[in-house]
Design a protein around this ligand. Structure first.
Ligand code: SAH
Length: 344
């Protein structure tokens, strides 16, 4: 591993040992890295020779802010970061009553191909390294001056398509010697990669698993989410049941309400039948319109009716507030715009 910041505390300890350093240096370096230093020079309690040696062997890559947009309506801040190889990813900071929440990206682009999503339009460029996910949390906190208590893995990319790096990021951000963010304050969202869900279940983490369901049947889901052709909604719901059995954690479903596609009373009834007995929560999200897509958001009336049907049938459902609608805050829109502008 070439980046020290992607290493766990024992791994950094090992590096220090190999450099002939005492054991306590590992913790010092880890703590400095996780406090957001921009150079080894800032690690003032390390000997100068060690700082120089680390700088040469493990150069620090710090993301640069290339765009920052702040919503005048609700204080949501969106960052577009440039990574060391010139690629860009987005992070959104949302201010909820329970705490400041960052929505981070897990990949540069995405290969899942969902019809309503801006992140996937240019395909997958590469997966993010663990430290590149951590840096989004860290530097959003530093730049905004707002303490971050919650994380959602709902930005650009499919977290379960970058499984090992995401697991390592979770371990890092959860570390008591680092940002110490509780697993219970983290949500991981997937479009439905069934083997990944089963692998995650084995880890028995306390995080919230969010499933981007978006449709009641295979017939509808196939038209908007290509992943459904690999893992049908039946297999997906079965995996959710296994996940619940293994972890005891209630599943959260995401459901983007698309006018005339998935928002009928019939769709709500089918969902109730198919999710019967599974402790779940449904997040209804009025579709954020993406320029390149013909899909439109449902009417407010259709959303309310849908919510009522689900609730009456025993599935708690909330309509998510759309934060940052004045700043392209929906997944992938800012990166898309920036990439397009810079190609022209
Ligand atoms: N790849 C993961 C996480 C990233 S997307 C996943 O699919 O879950 C985060 C959430 O935003 C998903 O539920 C996704 O379906 C949703 N989403 C993407 N584009 C959207 C749009 N235009 N309007 C509403 N929700 C959208």
């Amino acid at each position: 591993m070439s980046q020290l910041k992607s290493m766990t505390l024992p791994e950094i300890g090992q590096v220090m040992k190999e450099m002939g350093q005492p054991a306590f240096r590992g913790k010092q370096v880890f703590t400095w890295l996780h406090s957001g230093v921009r150079s080894y020079e800032e690690m003032t309690n390390l000997p100068k020779a060690l700082r120089d040696c680390l700088a040469e062997k493990y150069p620090l890559h710090i993301p640069q802010v290339v765009r920052k947009q702040e919503s005048k309506k609700d204080g949501t801040i969106k960052y577009l970061w440039e990574l060391s190889d010139g690629n860009c990813v987005e992070t959104v900071l949302m201010r909820y009553h329970y705490g400041n929440t960052v929505c981070i990206s897990t990949e540069v682009g995405c290969r899942m191909g969902c019809a309503f999503c801006a992140s996937t339009l240019g395909g997958l460029v590469r997966k993010l390294e663990p430290f590149e996910m951590l840096d989004q949390v860290l530097f959003t906190q530093i730049d905004s001056g707002l303490p971050i208590s919650h994380i959602v893995l709902m930005g650009i990319g499919e977290p379960l398509d970058n499984f090992d790096n995401v697991m390592r990021f979770l371990e890092l951000v959860n570390s008591p010697d680092g940002m110490n963010i509780s697993m219970r304050h983290i949500s991981l969202s997937t479009c439905g990669l069934v083997p990944g869900i089963d692998k995650l279940a084995q880890k028995k983490l306390q995080l919230t698993l969010s499933i981007s369901l978006h449709a009641p049947t295979d017939e509808i889901r196939n038209t908007i989410m290509p992943v459904n052709k690999a893992y049908s909604s039946e297999e997906l719901i079965a995996a959710c049941r296994r996940y619940y059995e293994k972890t005891g954690r209630r599943i959260s479903f995401e459901y983007a309400m698309i006018n005339g596609v998935n928002d009928t009373p019939e769709a709500a009834k089918i969902l109730l039948k198919r999710l019967k007995g599974l402790p779940a929560h449904m997040n209804l999200i009025p579709l954020n319109h993406v320029e390149e897509s013909p899909l439109k958001p449902s009417t407010r009336q259709a959303v309310q009716q849908f919510q009522k049907l689900l609730e009456d049938g025993g599935i708690p459902a909330t309509v998510r507030r759309t934060l940052g609608s004045d700043i392209d805050a929906s997944c992938g829109q800012l990166r898309r715009k920036y990439t397009k502008e810079n190609k022209q």
